[in-house]
Design a binder for this molecule. Structure first.
Ligand code: NAP
Length: 429
């Protein structure tokens, strides 16, 4: 049986999950492929760290060259994370004619072109299925079974930590800070949760999906990105009253020849399939012009689900090596290159403000929205929730408007004698 040798960079959560997936299913993989896949060398930071899998000391190294310069290694699997040194290691591996597999969304989003170009130039394959949606095979589906489509829209819940937090806040009426603490204790959130709760992780994944689906490169700095740290249990309760759930959404949408994209918490109608995606689960909803609506659902993180996606890429490459096949390059869509990226575009909004409990308030504020061309869809005044200053919450769902225009109108409302505070502004899907 032919042996394919793999060099693993990193033996943390996903490295260990990848190792375990291979060992757990070795017989099945061998009988399906007729190939033996061997993890020949593993790069780590700390050679003395106790691991929860048994690896022989001569399998472990702290020297990247032991992998990248080893002519017997066919595939390098990068699972160390972060943009550097991961990107440099991957580029070096590609230049040394190694095929590369990664789960690293930060590195792929930041260096998509360089990695693709290096793979093409060196006639090797570069695969990154696990970088978006963990175990969900969305990249492969977009690159194979769905190639016959042009896409109008992608919509995703692609971060398990924030979806877990929002789900718990919704189900138990809890505050963000309390749920975050429990999520950290249970291992659903990192000790430093910034990249997750501020939406950065989601923006990386959206940037990768946009490259694939719409064929244009949008760096994460250009994607309007907002996390979930300002979402209150009151927002969640009010969303429920209006018939919505709050989800952190990655959205990219074609409007004519323009592309709109953003990462923001949003009110999602309860009857939309993506509203029922709970806790650590992820889902990606795409609309193709032939296939129509599709939703991919599953575990977006975790050692074994992510290890499954990594091993899928490794097996696909191994089969191509064994066949001596010409290496295909999953590339971005060429069909829609003419799109112009415009940021976030127009959206419906929920606005929750505190106003004086006096006659004429609702009329005055609605008139100001009207003067800025903003239509009011629905309104809710909660007199029973008045505070000691006799200020009451006034909640609007507004028709489509740009965020800049909405902010202008809200500045005007803020400076009026009626409104004391704009408490939240959340997009409505
Ligand atoms: N965790 C998930 O569920 C998940 C899901 C999808 C994608 N991903 C992506 O997968 C990648 C890995 O995530 P993870 O959760 O497995 O990370 P992790 O648990 O922190 O593991 C990182 C591993 O890389 C090694 N490492 C880090 N920097 C290194 C360096 N400069 N040189 C050599 N080795 C280095 C560490 O060595 P030591 O063990 O010696 O410290 C560790 O084994 C990231 O890109 C992440 O975004 C993760």
């Amino acid at each position: 049986m032919k042996t394919i040798k793999v060099g693993l960079l990193g033996l943390g959560n996903v490295g260990t999950g990848t190792y375990k997936t291979l060992e757990m299913n070795r017989k099945h993989i061998e009988s399906n492929t007729g190939l033996s896949i061997e993890i020949a060398k593993i790069l780590v930071n700390d050679i003395n760290k106790k691991r929860d899998i048994l690896v022989s000391p001569d399998q472990i190294t702290q020297n990247i060259d032991d992998i990248i310069l080893d002519p017997s290694i066919d595939i390098v699997v990068e699972l160390i994370g972060g943009i550097e040194p991961a990107s440099s290691y991957m580029l070096k591996a590609l230049e040394n004619k190694k095929h590369v597999v990664t789960a690293n969304k930060a590195a792929v989003a930041a260096n998509f072109d360089d990695l693709m170009d290096a793979a093409k130039k060196n006639q090797v394959m570069f695969r990154y299925e696990a970088s978006v949606g963990g175990g969900i095979p969305i990249i492969n589906a977009l690159n194979t079974a769905l190639l016959a489509n042009e896409f109008e829209e992608i919509l995703g819940i692609v971060n398990g930590t924030t979806n877990y937090i929002l789900t718990q806040m919704t189900e138990y009426g809890l505050d963000y800070a309390d749920v975050l603490k429990v999520a950290q204790e249970k291992g659903f959130a990192e000790p430093d949760p910034t990249a997750d709760v501020e939406g950065i992780d989601v923006a990386n994944k959206l940037s990768i999906l946009i490259s694939l689906v719409f064929g244009i490169r949008v760096p994460i700095e250009d994607i309007p990105t907002e996390g979930i740290t300002n979402i209150s249990k009151e927002d969640i309760r009010l969303a429920d009253q209006f018939g919505y759930k709050i989800k952190l959404l990655a959205t990219a949408k074609k409007v004519g020849n323009q592309l709109e994209a953003h990462v923001q918490p949003a009110f999602v109608p309860k009857d939309h399939p993506i509203a029922s995606v709970s806790n650590e689960f992820n889902a990606i909803f795409v609309t193709g012009n032939a296939v129509e609506d599709l939703m991919f659902y599953g575990k977006g993180a975790g050692p074994l689900p992510t290890g499954s996606a990594v091993m899928g890429d490794v097996i696909e490459i191994s089969k191509a090596i064994a066949k001596g096949a010409a290496f295909d390059h999953h590339t971005e869509s060429k069909a829609v290159k003419m799109l112009r990226y415009v940021g976030e575009g127009q959206n419906k909004y929920y606005v929750n403000m505190m106003v004086k409990d006096v006659p004429g308030v609702l009329g005055s504020i609605s008139t100001t929205f009207g003067a800025f061309g903003i239509g009011v869809d629905s309104v809710l005044q909660l007199s029973k929730d008045a505070n000691i200053n006799r200020e009451v919450p006034l909640i609007f769902i507004l028709h489509e408007v740009t965020r800049a225009r909405l902010d202008e109108a809200l500045n005007k409302i803020r400076s009026s004698k009626f409104a004391s505070e704009i408490k939240s502004i959340i997009r409505v899907m």
